[in-house]
Design a protein around this ligand. Structure first.
Ligand SMILES: [Zn+2]
Length: 429
């Protein structure tokens, strides 16, 4: 398959942050040519890029995709009540059809708002993998593990199931398996240790929540006598290939430990603010220490969207406001986090996160001809402070258009929306 994008402004996000006005040609999975001069090549798809902006697809480094069915179901609640009164009782009813439907809805939203890769953590991850592969999105899919039995899961059975999941999907061109122990507070040291063994045996990433709330830090200190990062270090989880979500309550010493170990951080500012966890990852200090950082939306139950443009804006604003300093996290840095930063977190920065000849063709096109995007002085500023997810008009993943001029090519828009509304009502009834 080949795609030619004509006469567009292209933000490459490559090492020299090159911007150019011209054409971009894709063949099979790769970007073959970037040119300031008009290209006269025949292509299966020819896209008019006039008054449009081309940039790398965004990478969402933390979500729980089936939870899109819980969007708006439980707002303005204390975290404990939110979990025990609403989310856990509803999750107990989840089965294959709900997971499939919630995943389709989440993927539809992500593709529509410019996300081309996502890192998930949930149960039923095999179903999520099949739907993601069919829709054509790049999924880093975390098989969730917990350390206690529930009516639905026996903890001891999860590790072998996780290993099977990893074996099934490793080597797939779009789906990368990830081992995802939920957290240090929901997994005992033995479960964390076994998770690590699977991740190391198959050389796949490990993803876990870490220091999301102050209560979590107190809880881990009470149980194990150390803070969460130190606890993970003792078990061996603090290593290259580990992706920690949140890190809202970490110290300077913990940042140093993280840097030395080579772990990376997924920052989820909207979810942190909505749950009112009070703390959020100290991004300027993490970046100063060269700890790679990506951005995540978290699940739609605590956000309530999967719109990475909204997450970029919140990321910029929350840190400026907190430090009384508008120079903190300038727009360029925030766009880096959502593109190259996310790719680095997922270990795919050599092929994704920027646009260059020879790189994998995951990219999005934004329609700039909108009142809220006029005038245009600096596209980088617009991406963080003015663009909305709904301004994305075309999404290309692995060299294939999945949304082309607002038409979805791999997923039934009407059916997905109708089914999600019906199933969500059934789920909470
Ligand atoms: Zn989460």
């Amino acid at each position: 398959m080949s795609i030619l994008i004509k006469n567009s402004t292209i933000l490459t996000k490559n090492n020299s942050r090159q911007r150019l006005h011209g054409d971009l040609y894709i063949e099979d999975h790769q970007i073959v040519e970037l040119s300031k001069k008009p290209l006269t090549i025949e292509a299966d798809y020819k896209i008019d890029g006039t008054e449009k902006l081309v940039l790398p697809g965004l990478l969402n480094t933390h979500t729980h995709i089936p939870m899109t069915l819980f969007r708006g179901y439980a707002d303005d609640m204390l975290l404990k009540d939110w979990l025990t009164q609403r989310i856990w009782p509803a999750e107990a009813k989840l089965d294959k059809k709900f997971i499939q439907c919630g995943t389709e809805l989440g993927l539809l939203e992500m593709i529509a708002s410019g996300t081309t890769s996502y890192l998930d953590m949930y149960f039923f991850e095999d179903i999520i993998a099949k739907v993601s592969e069919k829709v054509g999105i790049r999924g880093f899919l975390g098989f969730a593990l917990i350390g206690f039995d529930t009516p639905e899961y026996k903890a001891a059975e999860l590790i072998p199931q996780c290993e099977q999941f990893v074996k099934r999907w490793k080597g797939n061109s779009l789906i990368s398996p990830v081992v995802a122990p939920h957290s240090a507070y929901s997994c005992n040291p033995e479960t964390l240790q076994k998770s690590l063994e699977v991740a190391m045996k198959y050389d796949v990433p490990l993803h876990t929540h870490c220091s999301e709330t102050r209560d979590e830090v107190y809880d881990i200190e009470k149980r194990y006598g150390v803070r969460p990062v130190e606890h993970l270090k003792k078990i061996g989880l603090l290593r290259k290939g580990t992706i920690l979500a949140h890190c809202g309550w970490i110290t300077k010493n913990e940042i140093l430990e993280m840097k030395n170990a080579g772990v990376v951080v997924s920052h989820c500012p909207v979810s942190n603010m909505k749950i009112a966890s009070g703390g959020y990852a100290p991004i300027p200090e993490l970046l100063d220490a060269y700890v790679p950082v990506g951005l995540g939306t978290d699940g739609a139950a605590s956000n309530n969207t999967l719109d990475m443009f909204e997450t970029m804006k919140f990321c910029a604003l929350i840190h400026k406001n907190h430090r009384w300093d508008p120079t903190v996290l300038p727009a360029q840095t925030v766009v880096d986090l959502a593109t190259k930063g996310g790719a680095t977190c997922l270990g795919i920065q050599h092929t994704l996160g920027s646009l260059d000849e020879g790189k994998t063709a995951d990219l999005i096109i934004i329609d700039l001809k909108k009142p809220h995007l006029t005038p245009l002085h600096d596209p980088i500023s617009h991406l963080v402070y003015a663009v909305r997810g709904t301004d994305v008009c075309t999404t290309i993943i692995n060299g294939k258009p999945v949304m082309l001029n607002l038409d979805f090519l791999t997923i039934d828009y009407e059916k997905t929306i109708e089914q999600a509304q019906r199933y969500a009502q059934e789920l909470i009834s």
